[in-house]
Design a protein around this ligand. Structure first.
Ligand code: FAD
Length: 400
């Protein structure tokens, strides 16, 4: 038996009706087709070689997937948070790493879309929409992970622009992307309040890449250091106003976290489908494993948790797209819940598939490795739970 073959139960194992628009159904189906036809045959190999999936990026560009998150006036499809979640979920169902390489482009250009000038948008967005140029978003540094406000990279004002100095760490698409949104201090004395967002292009003098990280999961995605040594950035590359960079980054994460939830959701969905397949076919003690009550208990829990995650993510994404003013906690809840579900579902899926579940010939151990990062990046689940709890306290105080 090989798990390279997928069943067609994907849609059949979505229980609730989400009333997607015709356009959203089309986008979702297209993403599913690329994932099944193009990603599935190479996902194991890409995981082994850790090569950046350029051929798949081209397939995604040909299918107009990079247009989904770019406004129509800049050659995009003008989709919202839910549209991006649907693509990310479908790609992740087959491969969490490919989904990372794709979805981080939305992260890399969101600040530009939301706060950039018309000239900046005209210059960069059409290439991003066409998939001709990939993007990345660089906030994290050796001293600034969860404590993101503790960045040290500086952007000193000089005639006609800024001079960047510092090192960014763990940057997805680092080295592969052409366009980087970099958060740096234009006013060191003000700390996070003196941070600004700058567009830096690959090839700029003084901009180089450090080591490529060797990771547990999402191994086909590239994670690198960005090194800035007296790198000149022209002043027209400042996004929005000086001093707004940290705030822009926090707004970006509020919007992007449902997407991490969607990545986790897709991974969990893929793992459940593989587990159902295997436990139906595997005979022990004269019956398929799926006939055992203990296995049914686990599968029943998986399906319930996955559907709850999907409902929460889609609801959070719809709130964002519907224009609610503040969605920090809803967005964090979607990410926290779905990523915990993905970790539990993939671990249980490995368990009920026994030895084969543990083997690299089959996809489940990869799904378990890929799931882990969703609990860590874009705000670890611990930090996000803290933030949700603080908001509860604030809400209670307001009613007293
Ligand atoms: C594969 C990968 C890709 C990434 N891509 C990007 C990218 O594209 N751009 C970018 O800017 N960054 C990126 N990151 C960085 C990522 O967002 C950080 O790793 C993450 O925010 C955690 O920071 P840290 O690794 O420094 O851990 P730390 O902040 O050192 O935290 C370590 C542990 O301590 C816990 N902890 C820390 N503070 C608290 C607290 N106050 N309360 C409770 N628990 C706490 C955390 O939950 C965590 O479990 C990436 C990271 C990885 C691993």
């Amino acid at each position: 038996m090989t798990w390279q073959a997928i069943t067609q139960q994907g849609e059949g194992s979505v229980f609730l009706e989400y009333f997607l628009s015709e356009e959203q159904k089309t986008i979702k189906n297209l993403a599913r087709r690329v994932a099944e036809e193009r990603v599935l045959p190479v996902r194991a190999e890409l995981d082994e070689t850790e090569e950046f999936p350029w051929a798949i990026m081209k397939d995604l560009a040909d299918a107009d997937m990079f247009r989904v998150f770019v406004p129509e006036e800049f050659e995009g499809l003008g989709g919202g948070c839910l549209d991006l979640c649907l693509v990310t979920e479908e790609l992740s169902r087959i491969c969490g790493a490919i989904a990372t390489c794709y979805a981080v482009n939305a992260l890399g250009c969101y600040t530009l879309i939301e706060f950039g000038t018309e000239a900046q948008k005209r210059k960069y967005l059409p290439d991003i929409a066409a998939g001709r140029k990939l993007t990345a978003f660089a906030l994290t540094e050796p001293t600034a992970g969860s404590d993101a406000g503790n960045i040290k990279t500086t952007a000193e004002k000089v005639e006609g622009g800024y001079v960047l100095n510092g090192t960014k760490q763990f940057i997805t698409n680092g080295g592969e992307a052409e366009i980087y949104t970099v958060i740096a201090l234009t006013d060191k004395a003000r700390g996070a309040r003196g941070a600004s967002a700058l567009i830096v292009e690959k090839g700029a003098e003084g901009f180089s890449f450090g080591k490529k990280e060797k990771k547990m999961g999402i191994r086909a995605s590239a994670t690198r250091e960005l090194i800035f040594r007296n790198c000149f950035v022209p002043e027209e590359n400042l996004i929005g106003k000086e001093g707004m960079g940290f705030l822009q980054a926090m707004k970006l994460f509020d919007r992007s976290r449902p997407g991490i939830g969607a990545q986790a959701l897709g991974i969990a969905q893929g793992a459940m489908e593989a587990a159902v397949d295997y436990t139906q076919q595997r005979i022990q003690f004269g019956q398929p494993l799926i006939s055992l009550p203990v296995v049914q208990d686990i599968l029943g829990d998986m399906a319930t948790h996955i559907e709850a995650a999907r409902a929460l993510i889609y609801a959070a994404a719809r709130s964002i797209d519907g224009g609610v003013k503040r969605f920090t906690e809803e967005s964090a809840m979607a990410k926290v819940f779905a990523s915990d579900v993905a970790m539990k579902v993939t671990t249980d899926a490995v368990q009920i598939c026994g030895g084969p579940g543990y083997m690299r010939d089959y996809p489940l151990e990869k799904m378990m490795r890929d799931a882990k990062i969703t609990q860590i990046y874009e705000g670890s689940n611990q930090v996000l739970r803290n933030a949700i709890a603080l908001e509860l306290r604030k809400r209670k105080a307001r009613t007293e």
